[in-house]
Design a protein around this ligand. Sequence first.
Ligand code: ATP
Ligand code: MG
Length: 590
Amino acid sequence: MPQPTKKVYSSLELIKDSWFLIKGYRLKFVFYSFICVLSSLMPFVIAYCLGQIVDFFVGYSSGQSFISFYSFVGIIAAAGVFQIWSRFFVKWRLYYIGGQLRMKIRVMAMAKLADIELKWHEKEETGSKIQKIASGGESFFQLLKFYIDSGIPIVTGIVGGLVALFFMDAKYVIFTAAYIVIYLTGEYYFNKKIAYWADRLNVIKEKLSGKIHETASNILAVKTLGIKSALKKSVEDYEREYFETTLKNREANQNKFRTIKIFSALVYAAFIFLIGKDIIAGIISVGSIVIFVGYFDRIKSALDNITNHVTDFIELKSGFGRIMILLDKKTIEKDSYPYLDISPEWQALKFDKVGFKYKDKWIFKNLDISIKRGEKVGIVGRSGTGKSTIAKLLLGLYEPQKGGIKIDDMDILNAKNSSLTKTISIVLQDSEMFNMSLKENVTITSGKDIDSLTFQKAVQTAELEELINRLPQKENTLIGERGYKVSGGERQRIGIARAIYKNSDVLVLDEATSHLDSKTESAIQNNLKSLLEDKTVIIIAHRLSTLKDVDRIIVLDNGKVIEEGSFDKLLRDKGKFYELYKLQRSRGAI
Ligand SMILES: Nc1ncnc2c1ncn2[C@@H]1O[C@H](COP(=O)(O)OP(=O)(O)OP(=O)(O)O)[C@@H](O)[C@H]1O
Ligand SMILES: [Mg+2]
């Protein structure tokens, strides 16, 4: 049997988390719950009146007034009407709150996705995140429904039944209490197993959804690599595991049903037997059998209700627990106090003795890089030395384990996220496109307030005009997953345009022109030259010719700076850079 990776999400956690989430609706929630409780107490009133009516007729002697009979009938009618009215009035309102909260939770979870550290995202599959959000939000709504339809009737049934019996005859309270304790112990014992399987089911569901999403979104890779059958097999494996787990879940359920229901039926018969004996002995009236059995019935049906719905509850609770994994993730709202704004007058950017590792392997142990404002710096080095990591560290996407990255004297980890992303723009080798028009893709950082002039400038600088002219609806053409498919080089140019439009102080180009032909690349470089005169630019590139015009080139190897200087100086020094240059030239790459 596979062991659970984490303990099952507890009911106490559920209550705490729900109370936190219903903030803003708490008062209404408590009020409507109270009406629901009153409504589910009505059957007790009805049972009591029925008993009184039976006693009235049993002891009736001719000529006696019917007034008490009419009164009880009236109360029965009023209780019935109240029960129906409250069901419609309150339930509808609680469902409404539930719907609102479902919306709120999904939106919160979506927003949270952007806040959670990158390391977590790298471990989770996209489909699994989607499943968490979709089913988690729905679970909360269903849990609220469960609370109204079953939770309240169960608690009022048991508590109300015991209290009512207590007022009638304490002996029956002991009998019934013993019954309840044994029943609930049985439930607890069986439900532990069921909860385990329910949790497994949710985990498998997420994995399945992750696999399906992965296949659907990487369809090109799947086709070109011919890995359909391998993927199909892994989906099949998960599906089989899912099916087998549902069977285990069902089996555990059936065992429980059988045992508990038989026990319950026997206790019910024993209860009636006890009452019958008391009536024969003349201890209680005939009408009491209606009242007692009526109360006992409420308790029994409350317990039945537990047995019938607890599995759904466990599954919903587990689903809700899964979304709480997301909502609970410790993320700091990095845009609020005590995070700071980066001074617009900042002068230097510094990697100060930075040590960083993703998992176990250190990428840098003691990296020192200092860049003055306005400087143009190139970074070269073998593939895998950590050039892109430098770019990611600069944006605070990961935290160094040692040392710090500073803007003047301020560690960037103390900076507001919005301030940092405003100051630094990074263009990666592969810019991601959103399902939006080309124009929206470029101007995405400014939301709806598009500055058309800056957009035009960005388009010209990134040499995008020719592409735009070719597109059916020009810059308003939809690109991205469902739209016009832009080529790798076009994507890079859109990425560059996006960064230019953003107009940050620091621009990091990480292999941002690697897919472009040399002519377009140098055209863009020329365009950038005047535009970026007063900006700080960091260019990461394999093609050394890209770096001809920078002020300084940093050569990295094994996580260390091994050479530094201008293009010409490095050539004169005849070190690693020179060798690399010679190699590229002999291959005609320069
Ligand atoms: N998210 C990650 N998790 C674990 N390891 C990573 C992660 N990203 C990068 N690495 C590893 O860290 C090392 C440095 O990666 P990085 O992307 O910074 O290299 P690079 O110098 O940019 O290489 P390239 O020139 O090929 O782009 C590599 O060995 C890479 O496998
Ligand atoms: Mg890289």
